[in-house]
Design a protein. Structure first.
Length: 213
């Protein structure tokens, strides 16, 4: 268990980092516009489960390999970017049929599918690995032993903070989408906007350099 001072300092640093809108917020807002607040929150859940997987990888030393190898980093980055683009294209392709269906009855994607999609995006984000590799050791007491356990605790704190903050964005975007749902044409446009945001985010991730990640 990390020292209380380190845990509080890390929590504050995590909160500052999370509340500043970044790629995760764009992803969540895009998903909420495409699927509604329920889909947005489930996407956040999947995304944070993916982040926890990366924390475990960093704690076990695997994350260092990704962070230091340009080839591995690039491969993971391109897989994540391609998946984001795929989700965006799917949202745009089916924007009209889903808009008409919502006007008649609510459309709900299976919860496990939405969580899985968010997980894939989260676990293939190499920037998260680089962040954990760079930050977690600074708040870990290597003399106290049980380093992997300390890192997992810190990572859990980060993901809980991120889940709460990103879910707030999901609910806000979902509320805006609810108003658009009163008109199939408006809802079609907002779904296309959400899909476009995910495609744009995938493009940004694809061209991001290893050095600046």
């Amino acid at each position: 268990m990390p020292h209380l001072e380190s845990l509080l300092a890390f929590s504050l640093a995590s909160l500052v980092l999370v509340v500043v809108p970044g790629p995760s917020v764009l992803f969540v807002v895009g998903r909420s516009l495409a699927l509604g607040h329920r889909g947005g929150v489930l996407s956040v859940l999947g995304n944070e489960l993916g982040a926890l997987t990366l924390v475990a990888a960093v704690a076990l030393g695997v994350g260092t390999v990704v962070a230091t190898s340009v080839a591995v980093f690039t491969s993971v980055k391109l897989v994540g970017a391609a998946y984001l683009v795929y989700l965006g294209v799917q949202a745009i392709r089916h924007r009209r049929e889903r808009a008409v269906a919502v006007a008649v009855a609510p459309v709900r994607e299976p919860w496990w599918r939405v969580v899985r999609q968010g997980y894939v995006v989260g676990v293939t984000n190499p920037k998260t690995i680089v962040f954990f590799v760079a930050v977690l050791p600074q708040f870990t007491d290597f003399h106290a032993g049980r380093v992997p356990a300390q890192m997992m605790v810190l990572g859990l704190v980060f993901t809980v903070i991120a889940f709460v903050c990103d879910s707030a964005w999901a609910l806000a975007a979902g509320a805006a989408r609810s108003w658009f749902a009163s008109s199939p044409r408006r809802l079609s446009a907002v779904r296309a906007t959400g899909g476009g945001m995910m495609i744009g985010l995938g493009g940004v991730l694809a061209v991001a350099s290893h050095r600046t990640a």
